[in-house]
Design a protein around this ligand. Structure first.
Ligand code: HEM
Length: 406
């Protein structure tokens, strides 16, 4: 492992220069924050079971810290870096990146200390602020974003709305159970799922050496091809929103089936069928596994209500979690002149994958074997923490290394 890490790449910048670079490339600061919150959000289980620490009930703080803190940091870090580059507009400025970073850290801490209403409200506002700062750059764009990013846009917009709905309920406004459930689905599942599909359609084919159908010739005015693909992404987003509404209205399994079906249909539409999809290599393997676990988790959760939360963790841990670490490794190593490390087997990511699989096993077992729930949940948390640690040890320091081309 040490030998692999000695391969060429740029050297770490002094802290002040790194801070300046992070403003325009927010993943450099938001990915480390996401990892911290990804650890904090699962640590609430052993902290509660073994030491009785419960500033907030873990069933309330855990999903929020994980989705708003961990997933939120990675989604905003990735989009905040890539969208201005793709549009060829001014990058985010220090105050914009600083505001988003401080807000997400505050969101995580508010949830950890049991102030969920404020945490959800601040998160909803942060997402809307982020979209607004990107939207004001749109008129000066030289190119359009990949059409599949329509899904990411709706994912962030839906999650922002869901967080605000949840916040108003927690602040004392009584909402219909159906609306509240819809808000939670948009937040918990919509935030990871729609950006994964939108960004995945653009980036995943490259993991297999395939051309991306979402990469179109540069054009400021949308071409027919762009509009066609954007409409397909819009149809997928609408179908996913309909699946959330269906589930919230009580038709759980129909909603879940529609969701899983839409994911499969959109992936088939976006990613060219090719033998290359069976390519070897850690990144290719992890991306394949995470898509498979996502679909399986969504399907099983809709078919077995008593184990719904357990099966959903196939999607949360194996789908969203593993894919975030895979794409994250690709971004961090690629932007520090170390992309070649990922060409074949990459030990730290491959080992993190096994730790995540262990976490999934224990997480599901915890709901199958309620008598041992505390031990199994704490064990699952430790496995997830192990995966984050392995990844952080090998990949995270490289957020301080500039792009080889800069
Ligand atoms: C291995 C560590 C994990 C453990 C032990 C764990 C445990 C749990 C438990 C016990 C619940 C049910 C809470 C309740 O009683 O309502 C839950 C719900 C949830 N977890 Fe996890 N979890 C883990 C990892 C994750 C990860 C990595 C994510 C996200 C990326 C996540 C997201 C969620 C969400 C969103 C819910 C709420 C699901 C819903 O009610 O629809 N979890 N988790």
């Amino acid at each position: 492992m040490a030998g692999e890490n000695e391969l060429p790449g740029t050297k770490p910048l002094p802290w002040m220069e790194w801070t300046r670079l992070s403003a325009g490339e927010p993943y450099r600061i938001l990915f480390p924050l996401g990892l911290f919150l990804g650890a904090l959000g699962v640590a609430v289980w052993p902290l509660f079971f073994f030491w009785g620490v419960a500033w907030a009930p873990p069933p309330i703080s855990h999903p929020r810290i994980l989705i708003e803190g961990f997933v939120g940091s990675f989604v905003l870090g990735f989009l905040g870096t890539s969208v201005p580059r793709l549009l060829e507009v001014k990058r985010l400025s220090p105050w914009e990146t600083g505001a988003v970073t401080v807000a997400i850290l505050a969101v995580g801490l508010l949830h950890f200390f049991g102030v969920a209403g404020w945490g959800d409200g601040l998160f909803g506002i942060t997402l809307l602020f982020f979209l607004w700062r990107l939207a004001i750059r749109f008129p000066s764009r030289k190119d359009n974003p990949p059409p599949s990013f329509v899904l990411a846009l709706f994912g962030v917009l839906g999650a922002g709305t869901g967080a605000l709905v949840e916040s108003t309920e927690r602040m004392g406004l009584t909402l219909s159970p159906c609306l509240r459930q819809l808000g939670l689905l948009l937040l918990y599942q919509g935030l990871p799922l729609l950006p994964i599909l939108g960004v995945g359609a653009f980036i995943l084919p490259r993991f297999y050496g395939l051309p991306s159908r979402e990469t179109l010739p540069e054009a400021r005015i949308p071409t027919r091809a762009w509009i066609g693909r954007a409409l397909a992404a819009l149809a997928a987003a609408s179908s996913l929103f309909a699946s959330f509404a269906w589930e919230a209205a009580g038709a759980s399994w129909r909603g879940g089936l529609l969701r899983a079906g839409t994911v499969v249909a959109y992936l088939l539409f976006a990613i060219p069928a090719s033998r290359e999809l069976f390519a070897r290599g850690t990144v290719a393997g992890c991306a394949r596994l995470s898509l498979l676990l996502s679909v399986l988790g969504l399907l099983l959760a809709s078919l077995s209500l008593p184990l719904r939360a357990a099966w959903l963790h196939l999607f949360f841990l194996g789908g969203a979690g593993l894919l975030i670490l895979t794409v994250g490794a690709r971004v961090v190593l690629g932007f520090s002149g170390r992309g070649e490390l990922l060409a074949g087997r990459y030990g730290p990511l491959s080992q993190a994958k096994w730790w995540i699989l262990g976490a999934i096993l224990l997480r599901v077992a915890a709901d199958v074997e309620p008598a041992r729930r505390d031990l199994l949940l704490s064990g699952a948390s430790l496995f997830w923490l192990g995966a984050l640690l392995l990844w952080s040890w090998a990949v995270l320091p490289k957020v301080r290394c500039p792009d080889a081309e800069d």
